[in-house]
Design a protein around this ligand. Structure first.
Ligand code: ZN
Length: 356
């Protein structure tokens, strides 16, 4: 009997030891994914005005010294990954970098809440990952245990690039894409994600989420098991630290802080984000005081504004490159250090438990 995609597809990978060893191990486990991603990267970069592969490698190399200084462990992981996959490191690092005009139509929905509002006194950070539908074949659940840092369990592209995760010190990194108008050549926005997952406290994690010299930024949602919840709304040159004063927050893909409004590239492209933000806020308010895993399943499966709803589905009217789908949904339980993962759209899948 054919298996449902939710049973067939989500790969679990694991590695431990030095950062270099971790990269080699993951590279061997995910070589097929890396090769697919490399192929897509080459196609995308040759369609980017002013770029080809060699120019992209040269361009990205300029930020390498800064990335290496800021997150040496992650760069060693990427070097090991190059070895394990057989792809040259210059290309792997270029695949880590941001290029002008990249990934503008995508977005995600995030909710975080502390113990005062939850049924079992648990701190939660939840997230829908909204990207190109084909990316569903490139995502893994990765258990990474470096010898010198807290281990983490992450939703890692190609096994090595975390996009969301929770570590053994009770720090979670979730978050979503923004489109700032001050992007520049600098440290890629994916480097801080890995760095946050290496940290042991909220101060260190916040600092890791917004390094100086970055060229772009996600909205990095950084939480700890005490229920400290921050939405770090970054652009390339500045940020605002939004604190969940009422003990909970929702974030989608536009700047909420008045301080950051002037960095919004084009508000006219943010209608899905506006609908998802208001809808998630309204639905979540009703749940305060009784929040549990089922709360997130309900809200993250919501279809108001379909197909660009909280649970996003590919719009057949759009070109494949323009389509967006919720390829997975996660709920981090920071109190019990558990990651719940639903592979595919949360309206059809089930959340599976992974302990950190
Ligand atoms: Zn759905």
């Amino acid at each position: 009997m054919p298996k449902k995609s939710s049973e067939r597809g989500l790969r679990e990978v694991a590695a431990s030891g030095s950062h270099h060893q971790i990269g080699v191990t993951i590279g061997k486990q995910c070589r097929d994914m890396a090769i697919r991603m490399e192929k897509r990267f080459k196609t995308a970069i040759s369609a980017t005005p002013g770029f080809n592969l060699q120019k992209a490698i040269t361009y990205s190399r300029k930020s390498l010294p800064l990335s290496r200084k800021f997150a040496p462990g992650f760069i060693e992981e990427l070097e090991g990954y190059a070895e394990g996959t057989g792809i040259d490191f210059g290309t792997i690092y270029a695949m880590t970098c941001d290029f002008p005009e990249g990934g503008r139509g995508k977005g995600c929905t995030d909710i975080a809440v502390n113990a005062e509002w939850t049924k079992d006194d648990v701190v939660f950070a939840a997230h829908n990952e909204d990207v190109a539908p084909y990316s569903i074949s490139e995502i893994t659940v990765a258990r990474i245990r470096p010898k010198d840092e807290p281990g983490y369990i992450g939703m890692n592209y190609g096994g090595i690039w975390p996009t969301e995760g929770l570590n053994a010190a009770g720090i979670s990194l979730t978050g979503n894409a923004l489109v700032p108008n001050d992007t520049r050549q600098g440290m890629p926005k994916s480097i801080p994600i890995r760095k946050v997952l290496a940290e042991t406290g909220i101060y260190q994690a916040l600092k890791a989420s917004m390094p100086e010299g970055r060229g772009h930024s996600f909205n990095n949602i950084v939480c700890d098991s005490n229920g400290e919840i921050y939405s770090m709304e970054g652009s390339a040159t500045t940020f605002d630290a939004l604190y969940a004063e009422d003990g909970w927050m929702v974030h989608t893909n536009h700047y909420l802080s008045p301080k950051m409004w002037k960095f919004e590239d084009n508000m006219h492209t943010r209608f899905s984000s506006i609908v998802r933000y208001n809808r998630a806020n309204r639905l979540f308010k009703r749940e305060l005081g009784k929040v549990d895993l089922s709360t997130f399943k309900r809200i993250l499966s919501d279809h108001v504004g379909y197909p660009e709803s909280i649970c996003r589905h590919a719009d057949p009217a759009l070109e494949v490159e323009e389509q967006t789908q919720s390829i997975f949904s996660i709920v981090c339980d920071l109190t019990n250090k558990v990651l719940w993962v639903c592979y595919g759209n949360p309206c059809v899948g089930e959340y599976k438990k992974y302990e950190v």
